[in-house]
Design a protein around this ligand. Structure first.
Ligand code: X2X
Length: 338
């Protein structure tokens, strides 16, 4: 028996005044499945704008049988907590950066390899092609289901409250927040920086209270999460590309009838494709807007950063971790790295 039916019976059996209970019963009976979707981004980010559209379309096409409830801004917990919850079934859906997911599925961080992707064309070709398929197969081996289309986070830029990052030397000893993920820590350690792992829901306050002097994120996040309020410089380092896998708790996903599952998957994947366009547009147009809000931009030459990673043995080290198969799929998309 599903939850809403159980609730409906419970409501019926304890109801003394039918007229009072009726509106509740009618609402509970509407949806057969009420699934939670958690993410770490503000409501105004394209991810949540497209998710709201997608939830409405799913509700319409399932005739109200499927109700997707969206919980933005880490309302149900940090990324680390929510990863546990999507595994246990506490939440049914969760969008998570592949780099953070790598704490569970190591190869899921591979798309975040430093300076690997030159542009979005190369990203979508790889992630909708062999590299994405490889990573999804590894995610499924870890007992999570994952939708086909990865959502865009974007190319990441570095912000600070103290000084612009112009060359790799500027990162030496620099206190920077990174998301909880070995690849991020390893990469900033290779630059000689001093990275601290902090979940996104604590980033604004960590910057505000100067626990760290900087962070790195795509412009769409720097804007929607208002990080410009607590940062002064933005260096367009474009040091990696990051995306969000739309994960599903396996038991909850498989419990859906085929027709409902197909409708949900169709709209989730379509929303991902629209969100990609929105984010790319924002990331291209936000510089002006953020400048007006007081951020000072600079565009460093990526070559010395890449050289620094190479000479620190960063690529060789990660090639050994991922293994030949994964590494060769990556290099097929982006060219020789190590
Ligand atoms: O935590 C971050 O910086 C964010 C929002 O970009 C990710 O989810 C990786």
């Amino acid at each position: 028996m599903n939850v809403s039916r159980r609730r409906l019976l419970a409501a019926g059996s304890t109801c003394l005044a039918g007229a009072v209970a009726a509106p509740f019963v009618a609402r509970a009976a509407d949806a057969q499945w009420t699934y939670k979707y958690a993410n770490n981004l503000p409501e105004t980010h394209p991810m949540n704008v497209r998710a709201r559209e997608m939830a409405a379309a799913i509700k319409r096409e399932t005739g109200g049988r499927f109700d997707l409830q969206i919980f933005p801004s880490s309302q149900l917990g940090s990324d680390t907590d929510t990863l546990s919850q999507v595994r246990s079934g506490g939440v049914e859906f969760f969008t998570l950066s592949g780099l953070i997911l790598s704490t569970l599925v190591l190869p899921a961080s591979i798309n975040g390899m430093g300076f690997a992707f030159p542009n979005y064309d190369a990203v979508w070709k790889a992630m909708d092609g062999d590299l994405g398929a490889y990573v999804r197969a590894q995610i499924e081996k870890a007992n999570l289901d994952v939708m086909e289309k990865i959502w865009d986070n974007g190319f990441r830029q570095t912000t600070t409250s103290t000084k612009p990052i112009v060359s790799p030397d500027d990162l030496r000893g620099f206190k920077i927040r990174v998301p909880p993920s070995p690849l991020w820590t390893s990469m900033f350690e290779a630059f000689g920086a001093s990275p601290t792992s902090i979940n996104f829901n604590e980033v604004y306050s960590a910057l505000q209270t100067k626990i760290v002097d900087g962070q790195e994120n795509p412009l769409a996040i720097i804007s929607t999460a208002k990080l410009y309020e607590v940062q002064k410089y933005c260096s367009l380092t474009n040091h990696m590309w990051d995306g969000f896998w739309f994960l599903a708790n396996r038991r909850a996903w498989q419990a859906l009838p085929d027709d409902v599952r197909a409708i949900v998957a169709k709209y989730v994947n379509a929303a991902a494709v629209k969100e990609r366009e929105d984010v790319a547009k924002l990331n291209a147009s936000l510089q002006q807007d953020l400048t007006a809000k007081g951020l000072v931009f600079n565009q460093p030459d990526p070559a010395p950063f890449r050289d620094k990673l190479r000479s620190a043995g960063f690529y060789t080290q990660w090639k050994a971790k991922y293994g030949e198969e994964a590494w060769s799929i990556l290099e097929k998309s982006v060219g020789k790295l190590a």
